[in-house]
Design a protein around this ligand. Structure first.
Ligand SMILES: [Zn+2]
Length: 86
């Protein structure tokens, strides 16, 4: 996949809302990550991205997206709790 597809595929695998995940469609996938909609997993997208920009940047990017989504999840929970309080 090309550069832009790698980025969107990584984002796509860390949705903000519940989604369906299954096996990655790549036959050579190591199976370490499930894939949203059983398309291509974030690890395979990271591998393709590494072929373009190098392993360090690809890994940093993947970990950063994962981290941002975790923070968004924590913040969303706090915002939800705040709406519930009087
Ligand atoms: Zn995969």
């Amino acid at each position: 996949m090309d550069f832009e597809e790698c980025l969107t595929t990584i984002w796509r695998n860390y949705p903000r809302w519940p989604s369906t995940f299954g096996r990655c469609r790549r036959v050579d996938c190591d199976g370490s990550h499930s894939a949203r909609g059983s398309k291509v997993c974030a690890k395979c997208a990271e591998g393709d991205l590494a072929d373009i920009v190098g392993e360090d940047l690809a890994e940093q990017y993947h970990e950063s997206i994962r981290g941002v989504r975790q923070i968004e999840s924590v913040m969303a929970e706090k915002a939800f709790q705040q709406r519930l309080s009087p």
